[in-house]
Design a protein around this ligand. Structure first.
Ligand code: G
Ligand code: G
Ligand code: MN
Length: 542
């Protein structure tokens, strides 16, 4: 018995722990993965925006350079260094945000520029590349007046535009971790570059980067990389960020979440385990409780709604454990049923009630005492003997003892029918408890010998409300009347409910409004006061 009880409990325990751990770990993992993915996506978008921006700035600066040298060539081919021409150079320079200067070149020497005519006659150095439109491009020009910066010079027919090489990059971002550059797609050669860039990222980009100002992003060598390609010029731009750059934030959040989640998971698992253990241990606890006499009874009066008189009482089992904890019957009765202990409990209940109310019927001869039976009690003949002994010792007459069974008790129809018949033969009356909450059809009522229907509290609660179940109480009342069964309403908590029930013809009721469950002494004391108990509500309602 013990091992049969324990192994499902252990399995349940393991399952509970697993569920608790998975319940924490899976959402946590998903959260981390999502954060990771989101971080990666954010990083890709950022890198892509950088590449796009660099490309755009490089395009603008090239466009400004080309426009300047075209305009100069159109206006002043004959006297490129005239006052008029230098004035135009100044104007173009001022209008163009990316141009450092505009000038005229003879034999590789700048002879005049937007910055004047003096002291600028020096060599620009070799041409790096000549474009299809005969633009001569120098990528690495240094001027004596500015040691720090490097310039790009584009020149055609002697007219030249000078651009700060790194301006496009610096204008995009000065963030140190970000690698930026723009390059010539034909040869992968960089015109400007800052930070680490792997040559393969831009190598043979005619194949890698689709035309049309599109951006390609990918992850390589620990970097998130974006390569953009111009559709106006032979120009590409690249931006790269170390993969972890954006993740630091999410990582640290995750690092906090993981231990917190694990602690929560373990706490949850332990709580589940505790409950499971306790459930597993319940049968042993019940046995010990029976041995140690930890069970006792309280009695809730059944009241006549017309006279206020106590016509009976329901015996309700209570269990106060040695540690002072009060265990609810809702909890331990099902466990006792499962563990095969319910008949021991019923026997104890009968014992207790017999002791508590031994001479109740000499005080109140028409009083009834109801005890709750489990469906299992109805499956054996023991209950007949038990109730017979009880009736004998309490000198109970017909109708003094009542048993309450729920509809579950009628599942084994024939067996229940036989037991109930014998009980009624012995003068014990039968009440159906929690009526209306069961799953059986109401038709069986006609086949059973039943004395009382107890209308479940849930229907009493909704009776005077406009809810789908508010009609159920009415149906039960009508049915009981047609079958000549007496009604006891349960859980009456307000005077309104009591009045309504009385008006509907329900004769008896239990509930906190009428009386709470009480100790046997209190019940006996109440009964000894000979005069019938008048309820406030009854006297008021007249
Ligand atoms: O009054 P209380 O909260 O204790 O009732 C809770 C539930 O336990 C009710 O459904 C009631 O029928 C059931 N119950 C109370 N006492 C007994 C008892 O002695 N035997 C059985 N089988 N059930 C009981
Ligand atoms: O299922 P059964 O009818 O045996 O259960 C009776 C239960 O109802 C007991 O737990 C008892 O303490 C409880 N009870 C009795 N009167 C009231 C009441 O007016 N309101 C509520 N909420 N519970 C009640
Ligand atoms: Mn009951």
């Amino acid at each position: 018995m013990q091992s049969r009880q324990r192994s499902p409990g252990q399995i349940a325990g393991i399952i509970a722990v697993l569920v608790a751990i998975l319940g924490v770990a899976i959402p946590l993992l998903i959260a981390i993965l999502l954060a990771d993915r989101q971080g990666r996506e954010t990083e890709m978008r950022l890198v892509s925006a950088y590449a796009d921006d660099v490309l755009h700035r490089a395009e603008t600066s090239i466009s400004q350079g080309y426009t300047a040298i075209r305009t100069l060539a159109d206006r002043n081919p004959a006297e490129p260094c005239s006052d008029e021409s230098v004035a135009l150079m100044r104007k173009l320079d001022l209008e163009s945000s990316y141009l450092h200067a505009v000038g005229y070149v003879v034999n590789g020497h700048m002879v005049c520029s937007s910055q004047g005519r003096e002291g600028i006659d020096f060599p620009l150095g070799p041409v790096d590349w000549v474009s299809q439109r005969h633009v001569r491009i120098r990528l690495n020009v240094r001027f004596p007046f500015d040691e720090a910066d490097t310039y790009i010079v584009v020149e055609r027919n002697g007219f030249a535009a000078i651009m700060n090489r790194d301006l496009a990059l610096e204008a995009t971002t000065n963030e140190e971790d970000v690698s930026l550059g723009f390059f010539q797609p034909i040869n992968g050669r960089f015109m400007a570059l800052r930070g680490y860039v792997k040559p393969e990222w831009v190598g043979s980009p005619t194949r890698q980067v689709p035309r049309g100002h599109s951006v390609r992003t990918f992850v390589d060598a620990g970097y998130v990389v974006a390569v953009a390609r111009s559709n106006r010029y032979l120009l590409g731009a690249v931006a790269a960020l170390p993969v972890t750059y954006m993740h630091a934030q999410e990582r640290s959040t995750a690092m906090v979440l993981v231990p917190v989640g694990l602690v929560a998971g373990i706490a949850l698992a332990l709580a589940a385990l505790y409950l499971v253990r306790r459930q597993v241990a319940l049968p042993a606890m019940i046995r010990a409780g029976l041995r140690r006499q930890e069970f006792y009874m309280v009695y809730q009066p059944v009241v006549d709604l017309c006279t206020g008189e106590w016509v009976g009482a329901e015996a309700l089992l209570r269990w106060r454990r040695a540690n002072g904890e009060l265990m609810r019957p809702d909890l331990f009765i099902p466990a006792a049923e499962d563990a095969g202990l319910i008949q021991d409990i019923t026997r104890r209940v009968v014992e207790l009630v017999t002791q508590d109310l031994n001479d109740v019927f000499s005080i109140a001869p028409r009083f009834h005492v109801a005890i709750n039976l489990s469906p299992i009690d109805l499956t054996s003949g023991d209950v007949l003997e038990l109730m017979g002994g009880m009736a004998h010792r309490m000198k109970a007459g017909p109708g003094n003892l009542v048993i309450e069974v729920t509809e579950r008790g009628f599942l084994d129809r024939e067996l229940a029918q036989g037991v109930l018949h014998s009980l009624r033969d012995g003068g014990v009356k039968v009440a159906i408890d929690d009526f209306g909450t069961g799953y059986s059809t109401l038709a069986y009522l006609e086949n059973f010998e039943i004395d009382y229907l107890k209308i479940d509290k849930s229907f009493v609660d909704t009776m005077n409300l406009d809810t789908p179940t508010s009609q159920v109480a009415l149906h039960i009342i009508g049915m009981a009347r047609s079958l000549d069964i007496e009604l006891i309403a349960e859980g009456v908590e307000t005077g309104t409910q009591a009045t309504l029930l009385r008006e509907l013809g329900v004769q008896y009721a239990q509930g906190w409004h009428l009386s709470r469950p009480m100790a046997a002494e209190e019940l006996l004391l109440g009964l000894q006061r000979a005069r019938p108990r008048k309820l406030m509500l009854v006297s008021m309602a007249g």
